[in-house]
Design a protein around this ligand. Structure first.
Ligand SMILES: [Zn+2]
Length: 444
């Protein structure tokens, strides 16, 4: 059979996304993600990665298992991540070298994030990087052309990847929301998604992480409004204001800066991962935060900034820092534990512009952090946030736009994949395949 799919990671558990598609004698790998939960257990880090070996990480199940495609090894033509989140690209620094002659092809921000990670961690991979603009195509071989269609999510340059093959189109929509009023970048390229759909999609591989939620995911504009209500709506005179969010969520950071400017507070970004993702975005001229923001990455400079803040007055500053999941080594956790020359006083505001990612280690860490903040009598604002993931009704809309012959849900356990299967069946799409890591399927 001409097309075979190997579900490598993101099927038996939420993360570590990776799929291999064999088209005749050529293979493409879509995403090469870390399983963050297993990775954090091992390293205690969510937004940074540090040098480990693939074998070490495979043992703790933090990386996708490429022994599943051992006999395809010589046929691999490209590694194509869909966007720059670590559960989609984070295994590349460790695993891409298993296929040293294979290029990594993705959108410019995704490639920039990867390069930054490699430089920061002093890691090296032999693979060539190819940055491909959104809404453009790359001819990979005689038979395969790769297209990157713009879609909204919670990191810049997220793409729906389409493989155009002689046997039909394969669409990979792993992490998307359908946001018609994004606060950074363009809304999804519906026109192109529908056109590809009309031309005939053999297989749609789609994210099903929020299939259990019967709703449409609200726009990022809603998150901006929520931030506005807290940051501008609450009297913060004389109080410290501290915001923490996902470091790669450049659109969210943009809204936070906007509010900080309205408050006429000096804005400082504290922490390594914030520096990393912001600088990558600035290099590509996606944003120009540093004209309004001081980025502070190194620990000793962070110390100095806190001394300055204490001296000049806490309400002169807006502190944006790492620690949204209560990561033990993050700035916010250290601040709460008294690790810096910063003293909380009653009524200071701590705004969590994020959700707690529902895995044990995060729940536990956040509990410790919030307990310690409450001990200081600060005001905690939780969940000033909307998700970057479409929910069930977005998934339905995508299926109806694309009208695929086959569907494979990814990015969750089978329970959620079955919800997509049920919905697709009701819509008249009968071939939804609920897969496990390591399983293969042949398509016709
Ligand atoms: Zn993502």
């Amino acid at each position: 059979m001409p097309i075979e799919v190997c579900c490598i990671g993101g099927f038996s558990k939420t993360e570590g996304n990776s799929v291999a598609i064999k088209i005749d004698e050529e293979v493409v790998i879509l995403d090469m993600g870390l399983s963050m939960e297993d990775y954090i257990k091992y390293t205690e880090d969510r937004e940074d990665i540090s040098a480990r070996s693939y074998t070490q990480l495979l043992k703790v199940k933090a990386v996708p298992n490429y022994t599943f495609i051992e006999e395809w090894k010589e046929k691999i033509k490209a590694i194509i991540p869909s966007h720059g989140h670590l559960d989609h690209v984070g295994a590349i620094p460790f695993a891409a070298k298993l296929f040293p002659t294979v290029p990594v092809i993705s959108t410019p921000y995704t490639i920039e994030v990867l390069k930054t990670i490699l430089v920061d961690e002093q890691m090296n991979i032999p693979n060539q990087f190819i940055a491909q603009k959104l809404n453009s195509s790359y001819k990979l071989s005689e038979k395969i052309t790769v297209e990157f269609i713009n879609v909204t999510h919670s990191i810049p340059h997220t793409a729906i990847v389409v493989l155009h093959t002689p046997y039909g189109k394969i669409m990979y929509a792993n992490d998307f929301k359908l946001d018609d009023t994004p606060t950074l970048g363009k809304k999804p390229n519906y026109q192109r998604i529908k056109k590809v759909g009309k031309e005939g999609v053999l297989l749609l591989i789609m994210n099903c992480l929020y299939a259990h939620e019967p709703r449409k995911c609200p726009s990022e504009a809603v998150a901006r409004q929520m931030l506005k209500e807290v940051m501008l709506g609450i009297d913060s005179k004389g109080k410290a204001m501290i915001v923490t969010t996902f470091s790669s969520h450049i659109a969210r950071l943009k809204s936070i800066i906007e509010m900080g400017k309205k408050l006429k507070r000096k804005i400082v970004f504290l922490g390594r991962s914030l520096d990393k993702y912001v600088r990558a975005a600035e290099r590509l001229k996606l944003v120009q935060f540093t004209k309004d923001v001081e980025l502070v990455r190194h620990w000793d400079k962070v110390e100095r900034i806190f001394k300055k803040i204490q001296r000049e007055g806490k309400d002169k500053y807006l502190i944006v820092c790492t620690g949204h999941q209560g990561e033990p080594r993050s700035i916010l956790t250290q601040m709460a534990a008294g690790g810096f020359d910063f003293h909380f006083t009653p009524g200071d505001l701590v705004i969590f512009s994020c959700q707690v990612i529902p895995v044990e280690v995060n729940k536990k860490n956040r509990e410790i952090l919030e307990t310690s903040l409450r001990g200081n009598n600060v005001r905690i604002f939780r969940d000033v946030h909307v998700s970057g993931h479409g929910a069930r009704e977005d998934e339905r809309d995508l299926i109806e736009m694309v009208r695929p012959k086959h569907i494979i849900p990814i990015h969750a356990e089978n329970e959620k994949a079955r919800i997509v299967q049920e919905m697709a069946t009701q819509l008249g799409f009968k071939n939804t395949h609920v897969m496990l890591d390591g399983q293969r399927i042949t398509l016709e």
